[in-house]
Ligand binder design. Structure first.
Ligand SMILES: [Zn+2]
Length: 270
């Protein structure tokens, strides 16, 4: 299938948008469907400010398990293909709805990507602006002494029983720290939205690839339509499909390596 052949002479400025389908192939469960459930709880109800207010401990336990699952996961062929495309494009931006670090671990530079729904390995204060970044910076060791020793900055509530998890507190204002992700009903991070908008304002994209997302959010559709060619890679039809120049009904890890190889086979432009 010569999907890219017709377009590749134009491909210099690229936008790629990814969603949960790309990470699902690395074993990260999506929020939708049975796989996403955790202890019979619906993730769409756990990933909310209301759930965190009601039961912070439960929400933190869930995020700790998700962090661990992501640490154990590896980037797949889709992540690698996207990193490869970034190296060959003149200008490149990835907008991912995924909060994991698999795009980064596949070799994509942080200035070439925007995590529009946050980063699961960041921990924010729920009240002030204190935040910690990095996989090692997560305040999640079971032993509160370990928290103090490793970070030197964090305090922790001593667990009252073996089954309790530690709740990280802000060293500045004592409020609860929370995972650095955008929950349902919350605003997108303004700075990150600006990074996407300024990339799109600097010039029209020659190619937009949208992979592994059901494109249910209006801003995803809006950004996806800001290019001359739109390739959609998703096993199922989405609200974006009718706008796509090309629809590829395959999993991203199958389709993207092939599409990227076809695109970069034209060295005159890429
Ligand atoms: Zn604080």
């Amino acid at each position: 299938m010569e999907i890219a052949a017709a377009y590749r002479s134009y491909v210099v400025r690229v936008l790629v948008i990814t969603g949960a389908g790309v990470s699902a192939e690395s074993g990260i469960p999506t929020f939708r469907g049975k796989d996403g459930y955790w202890r019979n709880l619906d993730p769409a109800k756990l990933a909310t400010p209301e759930a965190f207010t009601r039961d912070s401990k439960l929400v933190w336990e869930w995020y700790r398990e998700r962090r661990q699952r992501i640490r154990n996961a590896r980037p797949n062929a889709a992540h690698e293909a996207i990193a490869k495309l970034a190296k060959h494009a003149d200008e490149f931006l990835l907008v991912t709805q995924n909060v994991d670090d698999l795009h980064k671990r596949a070799g994509l530079a942080t200035d070439q990507m925007v995590q529009i729904h946050g980063d699961i390995f960041v921990t924010w204060c729920s009240r002030c602006h204190v935040s910690y970044t990095g996989r090692g910076g997560s305040p999640e060791p079971a032993d509160p002494r370990a928290v103090q020793l490793e970070s030197g900055r964090l305090r922790s509530i001593a667990p009252t029983s073996e089954n309790d998890v530690d709740l990280p507190l802000c060293p500045k204002c004592d409020a609860l720290m929370r995972p650095g992700v955008v929950w349902f009903g919350e605003q997108l991070p303004w700075d990150e939205v600006q990074r996407v908008e300024s990339y799109l304002d600097r010039g029209a994209c020659d190619l937009v690839i949208v992979a592994g997302t059901t494109a249910t959010f209006g801003y995803i559709i809006d950004w996806a339509l800001r290019g001359s060619v739109l390739i959609e890679v998703n096993p199922e039809e989405t609200p974006l499909s009718r706008f796509a120049t090309q629809q590829v009904r395959e999993p991203a890890a199958i389709a993207l390596p092939r599409i990227v190889d076809q695109l970069i086979a034209s060295p005159s432009k890429l």
